[in-house]
Design a binder for this molecule. Structure first.
Ligand code: ARG
Ligand code: ZN
Length: 471
């Protein structure tokens, strides 16, 4: 179980910067650029992401034909070199790269597995901002996760759905696909007229010409690539608004497949503004400039996902608890994003705790009862939440249920006032950024004003089940 890493304090994931310095130190020394690393050494997905640069913006334009299931696409990335670079990698699974440029000049292209290497005509200097444009096409892949679920590009009866946790986004655009490199996005989708094309963020424009509809979406706040989504189909869309602790109202764009729509689903969609207002009271101001949800047919997707601003649900998973869960992820996961895939409990523990808070506020079920139920559930005791044994376990029960139990133990230790201040303070401190488990334990101890080692040792890192929920 502990082969992945030693325990705290050495357990803290090496900061990405240190890894990059180490890697760049292994190459040719001197003034010449060296190739950027092919991966960021994530403890579960070591090849995800790439070293030597930091993407600040993705401008993606995709045309999709549901008949051939092909995309024809262009990705333009704005990035900053974090070292002198002779070449750099992007993650891309499948698809054919037709052409690539760096700052307008053709770049040499090499493909090896899921690594795309671009060699610009001239080296890039450390600190330099550059633009790279990749023209690509083909039938995007559906990726099977280590845990057997499906992600990537999922063709549906009338369109497609793109979901990317943890590694699926490389199936539809080249990028630095590790959660530690967040960027803003513009997504332009062209589809046959009559279909809707929905993505993350604010709707910018929609126009139809020559039998094709082009829709533009903009995400002005940073997003991890696994949270990018595309939903193409005969959706029924609706635009409302919400304050959610912000001074200006935000657009709430929902899309539902007509065959998935019924009175219950419509009533739940209509509750999104109210739920976001409630969460903003508990978690602090909603972190993004748009909100919403996408509900597709059962069978198109096996699970719900907290895609940024606009979580996606198969109709079968579109219920109150799951909606509360995915909306809570907007603060915990999407705005405050894990530093590595080992920190997944920071996503799922908080989102599960949001369900417990909903039950407490709306259903007369104290969080203590939810905690005791979770304690009694043997599935939650397979491994400690901060140390999933392997990549196939990062979405398993302990990451959710036992992650939420950790938060409840902190609440019991510090009291309600300090705990709700912690929920808000954590979201504010790492807003639009990344955070690790070590960042969380240090922050919680600052709020508590004392060591919480006993909680971390037993509930976060301990093997096996404590004798009693009071341990
Ligand atoms: N993060 C999603 C949620 O908690 C679940 C994703 C499941 N994905 C998977 N590969 N098992 O809402
Ligand atoms: Zn979740």
């Amino acid at each position: 179980r502990h082969v992945l890493r030693p325990r705290r304090p050495a357990a803290r994931a090496a900061p990405v910067v240190a890894v990059l310095l180490l890697l760049s130190g292994c190459g040719d020394a001197g003034v010449d650029g060296t190739p950027g690393a092919a991966g960021l050494r994530d403890p579960y997905f070591p090849k995800l992401g790439n070293g030597g640069y930091d993407v600040t913006h993705y401008d993606l334009a995709l045309a999709y034909d549901p008949k051939t299931r092909r995309i024809d696409a262009t990705a333009e990335l704005t990035a900053t070199a974090t070292q002198d670079l002779s070449a750099f990698n992007l993650d891309l699974a499948g698809l054919t790269v037709r052409a690539a440029t760096v700052d307008g000049a053709p770049a040499a292209v090499r493909r090896a597995g899921k690594e795309l290497t671009l060699r610009p005509r001239a080296d890039l200097d450390k600190g330099e901002v550059f633009r790279t444009r990749i023209v690509y096409s083909g039938v995007p892949e559906t990726v099977t996760d280590p845990d057997g679920s499906e992600e990537g590009w999922l063709p549906t009866a009338d369109g497609a759905l793109a979901v990317g946790e943890p590694t699926g986004s490389m199936a539809w655009f080249p990028g630095n696909h590790h959660p530690s490199d967040k960027a803003t996005y513009t997504v332009t989708l062209t589809v046959p007229a009559g279909l809707k094309a929905v993505s993350n963020g604010r709707p910018v424009s929609e126009r139809t010409a020559d039998g094709r509809t082009t829709t533009v979406w903009n995400s002005p706040e940073p997003m991890a690539s696994y949270l990018a989504t595309v939903a193409i189909g005969t959706f029924r869309t609706h635009t409302g608004s919400v304050r959610a602790g912000t001074s200006a109202g935000l657009p709430v764009v929902t899309a539902i497949d007509p065959s998935a729509a019924d009175a219950e689903a419509d009533a739940l969609l209509a509750r999104i503004p109210e739920l976001l207002d409630w969460q903003a009271e508990n978690f602090g101001p909603y972190p993004f400039s748009a909100a919403g949800a996408i509900v597709d047919r059962p069978g198109d997707l096996g699970y719900a996902l907290e895609t940024q601003t606009r979580p996606v649900f198969p109709r079968t998973a579109f219920d109150t608890a799951t909606l509360v869960h995915e909306l809570a992820h907007q603060w915990y996961g999407d705005s405050v994003t894990p530093e590595s895939w080992r920190d997944m409990w920071l996503n799922e523990g908080f989102a599960t705790y949001a369900e417990w808070l909903y039950a407490e506020d709306f259903e007369d079920t104290p969080a203590q009862d939810s905690f005791e139920d979770a304690f009694a559930d043997e599935a939650n005791w397979a491994f400690p939440p901060a140390e999933p044994p392997s990549a196939e376990n990062i979405s398993d029960a302990p990451v959710y249920g036992r992650g939420a139990m950790v938060l409840h133990k902190v609440r019991r230790a510090v009291g309600d006032d300090a705990f709700f201040a912690l929920l808000r303070g954590w979201a504010a401190k790492h807003r639009h950024a990344n955070a690790s488990t070590a960042d969380f334990t240090a922050y919680a101890e600052t709020v508590a004003g004392e060591s919480l080692d006993e909680i971390w040792d037993v509930w976060l890192y301990g093997d096996g089940k404590p004798r009693s929920p009071e341990d």
